[in-house]
Design a binder for this molecule. Structure first.
Ligand code: NAI
Length: 517
């Protein structure tokens, strides 16, 4: 009997370890030979702990399984498995999964995170093998041609960044992976680091060969201890197998990696603050220019990318730039792992080509709110993303389409809210979040955020419409100052949740209209 139980931290948080222990104990009691594999998660989080049985037709799923379900489950597995009440059928036929286009998460739920054998069996290191045969220039050309844009949120064309670092003249260059995934509702970086660490290592090794860097760092937030542990173990395995070190995959070129752990500051996800933190300083935002691509870590040319950007590269090299750019729409090419969270029935990871609508994501995949109450809005792109009302849910998930409506895709996190959420409270929360997380370097963010909280409080306490409208004018003015005057995106984007809440939900602020401007 071969069973798979995920070892992803979300699955573990809802009891996957206890289920695994119960399965082993019960199998021993029955003298049943059991091969229990701790795989990564499929990302269908509402079904966790999801137990999968290997069969000749594919894997049969059961979930969510509790330890007390185990005896009956084993009875069923020894008899008519499909008749068990928790049976879900073939996992890969579940509509939530079957309709996805998984390039980055192709191995999710299938392989064991630290098994090189599993990784190789599922196409692992094919991209690196291609990179070893190619010149740095050719690799950069492929990344450029693929249309890949930075997945951290800013969507800058990755190939241009690679070319800039490659052409920079320096004795030493670096590749830095930003794994300080701090946005609310996001977990794709974590899922990938815990579940498929060799993919990130492969992407970074390819980047090192392409831009001429010999050293890389993965900066992981301290809230992700399992990512840190998994990556460190994976680095040792990859190094021992010759994929890192002085002679990367027989290329004759060197590249090595280290993991560095953050200390809980949201601002250290901003690339220049992250670099300061990596250098051992307090994370404070640097003015750009100079760009990190030219003067980054220790003042040297540095390729800084989010986990998902670097992990997208192996498939581009292995299957070709054209294969990759055939996914998506407009200038948003390839696939994006969207993350469904908040008040949602079917929370989890949905990797699809850009261009599906927010409605498909929230209603079809997500199944609407978990509470069963009407949808009020979805915040897309983290705590500093705009609140999108259902009237705009037919907008395609595309960088440009979202920008056109004053929103952004960011890192692909979608937090859903029902009609019980008070948007004035959320606007105040965004400003307070900015005040708490500001590095303090620039005035709009450091002081404007605190003044913003006060303005919202005055607005809500104002006795008349006229007095409320006065505060609205001030708040909008302050949003403009934050947008145009802040040094980085923390202050610059705090206006998104504030302005969108004000625009779409004036009643929550006690306003009859927001026509104050
Ligand atoms: P940005 O637009 O300043 O830069 C994007 C990237 O392109 C940077 O790495 C920058 O150095 C590089 N770049 C820009 N021009 C370049 C050039 N000419 N040559 C080479 N490289 C160049 O945006 P920023 O401030 O890095 O990121 C803002 C985004 O971060 C927001 O849109 C937001 O979505 C996202 N964000 C993500 C979070 C997460 O947890 N993933 C948290 C908070 C914000």
């Amino acid at each position: 009997l071969t069973l798979c139980v995920p070892c992803d931290s979300i699955a573990r948080a809802v009891g996957a370890d206890d289920v695994a222990v119960a399965l082993v104990r019960e199998a021993e009691r029955r003298q049943l030979s059991l091969d229990l594999r701790r795989t990564s998660s499929r990302g269908l989080y509402w079904l966790e702990p999801l137990v999968e049985l290997e069969t000749s037709e594919g894997r049969l799923g059961f979930g969510p399984v509790a330890p007390e379900d185990v005896p009956a489950l084993l009875d069923a597995l020894q008899g008519d498995a499909a008749a068990h009440p928790l049976a879900l059928g073939l996992v890969e036929q579940l509509p939530y999964l079957k309709s996805q286009q998984r390039l980055l998460f192709a191995r999710a739920g299938i392989t064991r995170p630290l098994s090189l054998e599993d990784y190789r069996a599922q196409g692992g290191f094919e991209g690196l093998a291609k990179a070893v045969e190619s010149s740095g220039e050719a690799i950069v050309a492929s990344v450029l041609e693929s249309g890949l844009r930075g997945r951290g949120g800013a969507a800058f064309p990755a190939g241009i960044k690679w070319r800039t670092v490659r052409e920079a003249q320096a004795e030493q260059k670096y590749v830095v992976c930003n794994a300080d995934e701090g946005d609310s509702g996001t977990f794709a970086d974590r899922m990938l680091m815990e579940g498929d660490p060799f993919l990130l290592i492969e992407g970074m090794a390819i980047a090192g060969l392409a831009v001429g860097a010999t050293q890389g760092y993965i900066y992981v937030r301290s809230e992700y201890p399992q990512s840190v542990e998994t990556l460190r173990a994976a680095l040792d395995i990859a190094r021992a197998a010759g994929y890192l070190g002085v002679n990367v995959a027989g290329s004759g070129r060197a590249f090595d990696l280290e993991v560095r752990v953050g200390a809980g500051a949201y601002i250290c996800g901003e690339e220049t603050a992250l670099l300061d933190s990596l250098e051992g300083k307090r994370g404070v935002v640097r003015a750009k220019p100079p760009l990190p691509a030219l003067q980054g870590l220790f003042g040297l040319p540095t390729l800084v990318h989010n986990v998902l950007t670097l992990a997208s590269v192996p498939v581009i090299l292995a299957r070709g730039a054209q294969f990759y750019r055939d996914f998506g729409m407009g200038r948003s090419l390839g696939t994006m792992p969207f993350q469904l969270a908040g008040n949602i029935r079917h929370g989890g990871l949905v990797e699809r080509a850009f261009g599906l609508t927010l409605r498909e994501l929230v209603e079809e995949y997500g199944g609407g709110t978990a509470s069963g109450r009407p949808l009020k809005a979805a915040q897309v792109g983290g705590p500093l993303g705009a609140w999108v009302p259902p009237s705009q849910f037919d907008t395609p998930l595309d960088y440009e389409a979202f920008a056109a409506m004053g929103a952004m895709l960011g890192h692909g996190g979608v937090v859903v809210a029902d009609d019980s959420l008070d948007m004035a409270h959320m606007a105040r929360f965004a400003l307070q979040f900015c005040a708490e997380e500001s590095c303090g370097k620039c005035t709009p963010c450091r002081i404007g955020s605190t003044r913003g909280v006060e303005v919202v409080d005055r607005l809500l306490a104002a006795p008349s419409q006229a007095e409320r409208q006065e505060q609205v004018i001030l708040l909008k003015d302050l949003c403009d100052t934050l947008t145009y005057g802040s040094l980085c995106a923390l202050g610059g984007m705090t206006s998104y949740p504030v302005a969108s809440a004000l625009k779409h939900f004036p009643a929550d602020f006690g306003l009859e209209t927001t026509e104050a401007d």
